[in-house]
Design a protein around this ligand. Structure first.
Ligand SMILES: *[C@@H]1O[C@H](CO)[C@@H](O)[C@H](O)[C@H]1NC(C)=O
Ligand SMILES: *[C@@H]1O[C@H](CO)[C@@H](O)[C@H](O)[C@H]1NC(C)=O
Length: 366
C-alpha cells in the first residue's frame, strides 16, 4: 500500500486540493479514511467438491466506518481487494462528495478465495489445494460479510471482470442480500467461446511446461510470465488503443518488451487455479437470472475482447433480469477493451445517478 499512500494524495491533490497538499500528505489516500486490513477465518469451509477446509483464511480491506452503508467491491482475476485503492478507482469514488463517499459507505474489499492474502495453493498445499470454483469464492465472500462482519444486507455489490461475474453469482445465489448490483466487464452467461479457449490455452502453456513439474516446481516456470503477457495482450487493451499506441512493429515491440520486463505472476499454481476456477461459471443456468429482482446496472465496454457485445449474449440475458440496464461504454482510442472499466472515469457519473435512483434503505443492514 506504500505506493498508494504516496501517489493517491498527489494525483488527487494536484487536480482538486492543491492548497491542502502538504496537510493531506500524512492523511491517507486522497482524502478518504485510511484503509484497514484484516483476516477472518471460515471454519470447516465446504467446497463444491465436498472437501472440507478446517480453517479458510479470508483477507480483506475496508475503508470507512463499520456503521456506514455496506458496499462490497469484488476484484478481478489474479488481483486482490487492494486493487481498488488506485488513482483510477478509489481516488475518483471514495472521497468527500464522490459516489462511494467513505463518510457514508463502509467499503469492504475481500481478497477472493485463492487470491491475495486469502488461503491459496502457494500457502503450502500446492496442487492438493481444493479445486475451487466461482461459487466457492462467492460462498466465502458471503460468509465473511454475514458471519465475519455481521452484516445482514448490503447496499451495493460492484465487481469488475471476475468480480463482475461474482456480482452476477451473488445476484442469483443470494438475491435478497443486497439493494443493488453493478457487474462490470462481465456477462451473466456461461464461460465459453474464445474467452474460455484462451483461458484454457494459457493454463495449458504453463502446466505442460516441463519446468512446472506437475506443480512441484522450486522456481516459477518461465512459461508463466510469457503465457500471462500473451493472454493480457490478446484479451485486454482495446483494438483502437493498441493500434494508436503501436502503429509500427517497432512501437509494438516496445510495448511487448515493457511487459516482458515487468514482474510475472508470483505463483504458477495460484495463477492456474484462478483461471481454471472460471470454467463452470454460468449464472444464466436454470431460472437464476429471473431470481434477481434488485436494480442492476451492468457496465461493459463495447471493445471488451472477453465479452464482445456483438455476440448479443448479454443483451439477451439482461431481458431475463427484471430490473436491469446496460451502460455500454462506446469504444474509442481512450478505452482499453476488457480493461476499460478499471478506470472509473468512464462510468462514475452513471454509478452516481444509479445510486441516487435507489430506494432509501430501511436501515436493516446489520
Ligand atoms: C508433488 O509432490 C507431492 C508431495 O511430495 C507428491 O505427493 C506428488 O506426487 C508430486 N507430484 C508430482 C507430479 O511430481
Ligand atoms: C482514465 O480515463 C480518462 C478518460 O479517458 C483518461 O483521461 C485517464 O488518463 C485515464 N487514466 C489512466 C490512469 O489511464
Amino acid at each position: 500500500m506504500g505506493n498508494i499512500k504516496i501517489f493517491g494524495p498527489i494525483l488527487n491533490g494536484v487536480l482538486a486540493f492543491p492548497i491542502f497538499l502538504a496537510v493531506l500528505s500524512d492523511m491517507a489516500n486522497a482524502g478518504y479514511p485510511t484503509p484497514v486490513e484484516a483476516d477472518w477465518i471460515a471454519h470447516d469451509f465446504v467446497f463444491h467438491t465436498g472437501e472440507v477446509f478446517p480453517s479458510l483464511r479470508i483477507h480483506y480491506t475496508t475503508v470507512g466506518k463499520s456503521s456506514g452503508l455496506p458496499v462490497l467491491l469484488l476484484h478481478g482475476t489474479y488481483g486482490s481487494g487492494k486493487n481498488f485503492l488506485s488513482a483510477t478507482f478509489a481516488d475518483l469514488l471514495f472521497g468527500p462528495g464522490q459516489p462511494l463517499d467513505a463518510e457514508t459507505y463502509f467499503i469492504i474489499m475481500p481478497d477472493g478465495l485463492g487470491c491475495g492474502g486469502s488461503s491459496k495453493p502457494s500457502d503450502g498445499l500446492r496442487t492438493s489445494f481444493p479445486r475451487y470454483n466461482y461459487l466457492d469464492m462467492v460462498n466465502a465472500q458471503h460468509l465473511l460479510v454475514t458471519e465475519g462482519l455481521g452484516i445482514k444486507h448490503l447496499r451495493l455489490i460492484l465487481g469488475n471482470s471476475m468480480g463482475g461475474m461474482h456480482t452476477w453469482l451473488w445476484g442469483v445465489t443470494f438475491p435478497d442480500t443486497m439493494d443493488a448490483l453493478v457487474p462490470q466487464a462481465s456477462q451473466p452467461t456461461a464461460m465459453a467461446s474464445r474467452n474460455w479457449m484462451l483461458r484454457r490455452m494459457q493454463v495449458e502453456m504453463v502446466i505442460q511446461d516441463p519446468a512446472y513439474m506437475g506443480g512441484n516446481y522450486t522456481v516459477q516456470p518461465p512459461s508463466l510470465k510469457l503465457a500471462n503477457v500473451f493472454f493480457g495482450i490478446a484479451t485486454s487493451g482495446g483494438t483502437l488503443a493498441w493500434q494508436a499506441m503501436a502503429p509500427t512493429s517497432e512501437l509494438a515491440d516496445k510495448l511487448v518488451d515493457a511487459r516482458l520486463a515487468g514482474a510475472g505472476p508470483a505463483d504458477a499454481n495460484d495463477w492456474a487455479y484462478q483461471w481454471t476456477s472460471s470454467k463452470d461459471y454460468n449464472p444464466s443456468a436454470g431460472n437464476g437470472l429471473e431470481r434477481i429482482t434488485v436494480p442492476v446496472l451492468a457496465i461493459n465496454s463495447a471493445d471488451d475482447e472477453r465479452n464482445p457485445p456483438e455476440s448479443g449474449l448479454e443483451a439477451a440475458a439482461l431481458q431475463r433480469v427484471k430490473n436491469a440496464r446496460l451502460f455500454l461504454i462506446p469504444a474509442s482510442v481512450d478505452t482499453r477493451g476488457h480493461g476499460t472499466t478499471g478506470n472509473a472515469t468512464f462510468w462514475k457519473n452513471q454509478l452516481a445517478t444509479f445510486l441516487l435512483s435507489l430506494p432509501t434503505s430501511g436501515g436493516l443492514y446489520k
